[in-house]
Design a protein around this ligand. Structure first.
Ligand code: ZN
Length: 212
């Protein structure tokens, strides 16, 4: 089997350790992923000498590391800038229809949908676009929607200094629409209601505001 030119000598040792080093330098990680993705393409019978395919392994590796799965890098966690709640706002703040683009960790196909996020500020309020960035950070890794929902809620609770947070995710799973049951219409809803949002009235207000 053809070896990647850059790993003709080194590949055996790399594979023997199972490529476990999640902390490998970016460039090295991309080179390794490109090599292994190229092997998958070869196993599928694709001709990597085809000009249209020859750069695909590197393109995929770059896309995995720098875009789709950038949320695996803790250094990329969004900084959360808080402002004192000097105006004494005590109602819920809702950010709705936040775009969710993730990848199903069971099948490596897209999860596409929206998140609706809310919190009730106490001493601090957060810059609104940070809520979008928090959702995006946790979405950009191989995920299951249930855990994604909870990770966002945990992060909000910890960083906004309030126990009163809510998260709803409404998403389409391509592992349901493209394969298996191949149901293109179904969507998955998951939620986390914490603190004041556990009370029926607050929860209902939130759900009404986001149109659910
Ligand atoms: Zn799946």
């Amino acid at each position: 089997m053809a070896k990647h030119p850059e790993y003709t000598n080194g590949h055996e040792a790399i594979c023997a350790c199972g490529v476990e080093d999640g902390g490998a330098p970016l460039q090295e990680k991309e080179t390794l992923i490109a090599y292994h993705f190229g092997e998958i393409m070869r196993l599928l019978g694709l001709d990597l000498n085809d000009p249209s395919l020859q750069d695909t392994p590197h393109r995929v590796a770059k896309m995995f590391v720098r875009e789709l799965f950038i949320g695996l890098d803790p250094a990329k966690a969004p900084g959360v800038r808080l402002f004192p709640n000097t105006y004494g706002y005590r109602q819920m703040v809702v950010e709705k229809d936040i775009r969710v683009r993730s990848v199903c960790e069971h099948h490596f196909v897209p999860i596409i949908g929206v998140a609706h996020v809310a919190y009730i500020p106490r001493e601090w309020v957060v810059g609104l676009s940070k809520l979008n960035r928090i959702v995006d950070y946790f979405a950009r890794r191989p995920q299951v929607q249930e855990r994604l929902t909870q990770q966002i809620a945990d992060f909000l609770e910890a960083h906004l200094h309030t126990p009163d947070v809510a998260v709803v995710i409404d998403a389409k799973h391509y592992c349901v629409s493209m394969r298996g049951i191949q149901d293109e219409a179904s969507r998955t809803l998951t939620y986390a209601f914490r603190g004041a949002f556990e009370a029926a009235e607050t929860k209902d207000t939130f759900l009404r505001l986001v149109g659910l």
